[in-house]
Write a protein that binds this ligand. Structure first.
Ligand code: URP
Ligand code: ZN
Ligand code: ZN
Ligand code: ZN
Length: 475
């Protein structure tokens, strides 16, 4: 049955206006003031902002890491995402050296199938570059619609790739119209600093931050940007940017005309390094890589979002329980699983801390949590906007609601919330995925398995996006 969302204020990355939205067959069929419901179901949205569903370009669901597996899988993680106003996630498919890429992708499909509540795509990790990988890539990009490759410059002896691998990945990606994402920290220097700290008996969580200084994030970011420039101006996307040094490298590269983009995460905007010093090992809850920084970096990140030096917000959802998982690092900070839960609070934190505090505009908010990621990752205009022909992924958002973020009210499958006690303004009230309610009046009404796998377009194809019904872009 068709639905008509009435009297809401539609907000996109460029516009803000009052209109009704007619939805049928999962697609936005019409937008206009005069639209009447006819035999459509009427949904009153007066007083609400109507946003395109959030696009979270950075999640790790059901991921083995640090000797354990993330607490949230595709079911709990995407359900929490839905409550938080996110209707698309792009998750990182891990790979292993010597194992065909296709096999790893199959594994990731199995993790998501029957579980995801919202639509999802995959990025593909590249850990080695050789003839086998090069032979597999073109078909993966076209047939799987996996148009973004991820290279880790850190996590030595686990995920880390060397510069040769990064450079060859950039060259191949440029050729194939794919984008390369980097975790930019100097893993070799970190490895040395970590060993040194442990040898000196410095085992507390704070040493996680002290052994990964911002200078080495800046160094790796600059190195990646220069290699991308050298690889015929390949498109580079730096994930989870935390500090002034990295922002500066991205800004300089962009100023010189290079195709370099940057993401930051809510945790780096509102938390700082002092959390790692909490007593009773509680600092372990705040162990992310790169680490939380000294407070002054927050202002740098907010300014970078405002002035366009950084363009997206990812959650980097990678949740581990404090009990039994974070605790693996008691007595040795290097064994604390890296990562935290923010898939649910990403959208609201950016609205509350960004829009209501005057740091970014309402349109910039939509651009940052939805539109820009949809464009960069080949999903626009199917995702990332409110337009005729786009998927009806919509958030009815109460801009005045006041609440407190907490483990007591969140829906993530993890035993703490890093934003515990934080007062926020604004709340997703109802969320639709392809025209169907998945959250209605703050109650979950979605279905595990309803989320669809998204084949994404290549940026080389122009708009970089698939229209509804269109197949993956041919090379
Ligand atoms: O600490 C983090 N960020 N964990 C997730 C893995 C990664 O590096 O993105
Ligand atoms: Zn497949
Ligand atoms: Zn990372
Ligand atoms: Zn990550």
């Amino acid at each position: 049955m068709a639905k008509l969302i009435k009297n809401g204020t539609i907000v996109t990355a460029t516009d803000r206006y009052q209109a009704n939205v007619l939805i049928e067959d999962g697609i936005i069929q019409a937008i206009g003031r005069g639209l009447e419901e006819g035999d459509a179901e009427m949904i009153e949205a007066e007083g609400y902002l109507v946003f395109p569903g959030g696009v979270d370009p950075h999640t790790h669901l059901d991921m083995p890491f640090g000797g354990t597996v993330t607490a949230d899988d595709f079911e709990t993680g995407t359900m929490a995402a839905a409550f938080g106003g996110t209707t698309t996630v792009i998750d990182f498919c891990l790979t292993q050296k010597g194992v065909p890429l296709r096999q790893s992708i199959r594994t990731w499909h199995e993790k998501a199938k029957g579980k995801a509540v919202i639509d999802y795509g995959f990025h593909l990790m590249i850990g080695e570059m050789n003839e086998e990988v090069l032979a597999e890539l073109p078909r993966i990009i076209v047939e799987e619609g996996i148009t973004s490759l991820k290279v880790f410059m850190a996590y030595k002896n686990v995920f880390q790739a060397d510069d040769g691998t990064l450079f060859r990945t950039l060259l191949a990606a440029k050729e194939l119209g794919a984008l390369v994402m980097v975790h930019a920290e100097n893993g070799d220097v970190i490895d040395y600093l970590v060993r040194k700290a442990l040898a000196e008996g410095n085992t507390d969580p704070i040493y996680h931050a002290l052994t990964r200084p911002s200078e080495i994030e800046g160094e790796a970011t600059g190195r990646a940007a220069k290699l991308a420039a050298l690889a015929n101006n390949a498109r580079l996307y730096v994930v989870h940017v935390t500090c002034a040094e990295a922002v500066q490298q991205i800004a300089e590269a962009r100023q010189m005309g290079f195709d370099v983009w940057g993401e930051t995460c809510p945790q780096y905007l509102v938390l700082d390094q002092s959390s790692l010093e909490l007593p009773d090992f509680e600092g372990a809850k705040y162990v992310w890589s790169p680490p939380l920084r000294e407070r002054f970096h927050q202002e740098v990140l907010w300014n970078a979002l405002k002035n366009g030096q950084l363009q997206t917000i990812g959650s980097d959802q990678c949740s581990f329980n404090f009990r039994g998982q974070k605790e693996l690092g008691r007595g040795d900070f290097s064994k604390i699983p890296n990562g935290g839960p923010s898939i649910e609070d990403r959208f609201t934190i950016l609205y509350s801390e960004g829009v209501t505090k005057g740091r970014i505009s309402l349109n910039q908010f939509v651009e940052l949590v939805s539109t820009r990621a949809a464009k960069l990752f080949g999903l626009f205009p199917q995702k990332g906007t409110i337009a005729v022909g786009s998927d009806a992924d919509l958030v009815l958002f109460d801009p005045l609601a006041k609440r407190t973020l907490s483990i007591d009210t969140h829906h993530m499958n993890v035993d703490y919330n890093p934003f515990e006690g934080m007062s926020v303004t604004g709340e997703p009230v109802s969320v639709l995925s392809r025209g169907e309610f998945i959250v209605r009046d703050k109650q979950f009404v979605g279905r595990p398995g309803a989320g669809r796998y998204l084949k994404r377009g290549t940026y080389a194809a122009g708009s970089g996006g698939l229209l509804p019904g269109e197949d993956a872009v041919q090379l």
